[in-house]
Design a protein around this ligand. Structure first.
Ligand SMILES: Cc1cc2nc3c(=O)[nH]c(=O)nc-3n(C[C@H](O)[C@H](O)[C@H](O)COP(=O)(O)OP(=O)(O)OC[C@H]3O[C@@H](n4cnc5c(N)ncnc54)[C@H](O)[C@@H]3O)c2cc1C
Length: 594
């Protein structure tokens, strides 16, 4: 066989593999959005942002794990995208041709690449750097939308192919296994699960779960931070930089603050301890968020919001929590776990809340091996055709019951109060009443949990009659409210008796409803005292607080990010006159003509 024939056969084989893989993703996979062909007009406009570069055949454009990769537009030639596989060999995910672009989700963030890109033939590519990509995202709206949609759909495809070469192997139902699985899912990181059943346990089971990386190394019982570092999910801020806004927490409130701040030209860092989404990320379906008549899962909402934030240039710092904050000469210094520092002119605290627990013996023993705080598809797998219990009278408990009633054999819903009327939305109450798969126990509470390594039996009692019910149930969803994640603020801003952050005029701080007792620090969402504990209100507060941040920065910097004819210009003149300085209007780099 001559070389040309050999090459043609290899190419055909590669195309077949890629096509088979894409077909396996199913009809709902939108390949036209995942792999768009840009129009000639778009290509012409893109030329202004990049540099035309010739590459030889088989040149690696970026490898698995590389960070801050550039985007490549195929002008001539072809580029193969490879997925590493757990078996060690790489398989072709897709072949990009003329007018296709490379890149997926981590084109927009600085996490390690989950795929590898290589030219097939000698090819001419338009190389667009990260800085230029950010610029084009701001100025070429139509192209930005095509790229963002492609990033989402490509990652969906990669997740479905479950082939990053990373395998999580562990005992079914083991709390540590669930924790790591949740970390993978919430960070949209492609992985494959190998469940070891009880019968398959052996002497090595004590060191499970294990994460086998694509280079063959194994991490036994890794911490979240260690796993994030190894997978390249960790993104850490530049310690030398002073950003305009540091947002603590990437739940709905923090993501909204990030999107609004960055879209309005502020240099923004969002710091998140685990994964974007917060409590909302644990919701199987949010049905009361405006604009989604069929509901949306919290995970989907969070992913979209994160992408939107990335599109506007938000820097994410993921996998380390903020543990302390102090103000030095008007600059806020935040300390993250492992001693990492972030400096910011203003801070938006959006650290939300975490689930409350039942006061029962054995409670800790059964956390994540019988007791759960979220009812998503992941937990639903454990309840198929089983009886389950949901505890709580709020909306999250109601949603969980309804969702689980579609999978479980029966849902026993336990609530302490006499009814749901004051704590749950009417639409949920009506649906619960109409379901034949649910029984509601009012004025009742769980009094005993029993089992071996996992929960097997639950006893609850009616507080009025003393009647006890004992059932062999191994899954309980505890949804009884939350406590604020504000321990790290202790001794800095003023908190109420329950630890929620006091803000606004009522508390006598500043002239903003979100101002805390410390100048330049604002609080939004569930962490704020008297907030409405809903996704929409968290998003609303996160968006609105940015206007107060602009005011604060204008008042404190004596330099305004404004165009010459902006309404801030006269304000600046007043500031300059009263301060007696010959201040000058400084144009922010994002404004045209700056
Ligand atoms: C299961 C469930 C279902 C729900 N369903 C609905 C619904 O359908 N509709 C509705 O309107 N509301 C719903 N809610 C309520 C809603 O999710 C919350 O009101 C909303 O998420 C609050 O957003 P937030 O951004 O203020 O805080 P959170 O969502 O709590 O997010 C806070 C984030 O901050 C991070 N964080 C905390 N401390 C630190 C730190 N020190 N450093 C760095 N990061 C930190 C956390 O990891 C988290 O990601 C539900 C809640 C739950 C638990």
């Amino acid at each position: 066989m001559n070389n040309l024939n050999e090459q043609t056969q290899l190419d055909t084989a590669a195309e077949t593999i890629a096509e088979t893989l894409l077909k396996s993703l199913g009809a709902e996979f939108r390949s036209e959005l995942a792999f768009p062909e840009l129009t000639e007009d778009m290509i012409e406009r893109l030329r202004g942002y990049g540099e035309q570069v010739p590459f030889p055949a088989n040149a690696t454009l970026y490898a698995h794990g590389d960070r801050k990769i550039d985007m490549f537009v195929v002008l001539e030639g072809e580029v193969d995208i490879f997925l590493p596989s757990a078996e060690g060999d790489a398989k072709i995910y897709v072949r990009h041709r003329k007018n296709n672009v490379t890149g997926e989700f981590n084109l927009l963030n600085s996490q390690g690449a989950v795929v590898e890109a290589r030219t097939v033939f000698p090819s001419t590519l338009l190389r667009i750097s990260r800085t230029q990509l950010r610029r084009l995202m701001r100025t070429e709206g139509d192209i930005a939308n095509v790229i963002v949609a492609a990033c989402i759909w490509r990652r969906i495809g990669i997740l479905k192919a479950a082939s990053s070469g990373v395998v999580l192997k562990g005992l079914h139902g083991d709390p540590k296994m669930m924790l790591l699985q949740r970390f993978f899912v919430r960070n949209n990181y492609p992985h494959r699960i190998v469940d070891v059943s009880v019968d398959e346990r052996d002497n090595n089971s004590a060191s499970l779960p294990v994460v086998v990386l694509s280079d063959g190394r194994s991490l036994r019982r890794p911490s979240v931070a260690q796993l994030a570092d190894e997978l390249g999910i960790t993104e850490l801020p530049d310690p030398e930089m002073i950003c305009d806004v540091a947002v603590v927490g990437a739940g709905p409130a923090g993501l909204a603050a990030g999107v609004y701040a960055a879209s309005e030209g502020l240099c923004t860092t969002v710091i998140e301890g685990i994964a974007p989404g917060g409590q909302a990320g644990a919701s199987s379906k949010i049905e009361n968020y405006l604009g989604f008549p069929a509901g949306i899962s919290g995970q989907q909402l969070a992913t979209r919001a994160q992408l939107q934030a990335l599109k506007f240039g938000v820097q994410f710092a993921i996998s380390r929590e903020v543990i302390a904050i102090k103000q030095v000469n008007g600059i806020h210094k935040l300390t993250l776990q492992d001693g990492i520092q972030v400096c910011a002119r203003t801070v938006v605290v959006a650290s939300g809340a975490r689930y409350r627990k039942l006061d029962l013996d054995n409670y800790v023993k059964y956390e994540n091996c019988g007791l759960y705080y979220a009812a998503t598809a992941m937990e639903a797998v454990l309840c198929r055709d089983q009886e389950v219990i949901v505890v709580g009278g709020g909306n999250s408990a109601g949603q969980a019951s309804l969702y689980l009633s579609g999978v479980a054999k029966h849902v026993h819903h336990i609530v302490r109060g006499p009814s749901f009327a004051e704590t749950m939305s009417q639409y949920l109450i009506s649906r619960i009443k109409n379901s034949s798969h649910m029984t509601v126990y009012t004025q009742s509470e769980i009094v005993a949990l029993e089992g071996d390594s996992s929960l097997r039996r639950v006893t609850w009692v009616n507080l009025n009659t003393g009647e006890r019910t004992i059932r062999d149930i191994s899954t309980v969803f505890v949804m009884i409210g939350a406590e604020p994640n504000t321990g790290w603020l202790f001794g800095t801003v003023r908190l109420d008796k329950k630890g929620f952050i006091l803000t606004g005029n009522a508390a006598g701080f500043d002239n903003s409803p979100y101002a805390t007792s410390m100048s330049g620090i604002y609080a939004v969402g569930d962490a704020r005292a008297n907030s409405v504990k809903r996704v929409a209100s968290a998003v609303g507060e996160g968006s609105v607080v940015i206007s107060y941040i602009h005011r604060y920065l204008a008042d404190h910097r004596h330099e305004f990010s404004a165009q010459p004819n902006s309404t801030l210009a006269p304000l600046h003149s007043v500031a300059a006159a009263t301060a007696g300085v010959n201040a000058q209007i400084v144009l922010h780099p994002s404004f045209p003509g700056a």
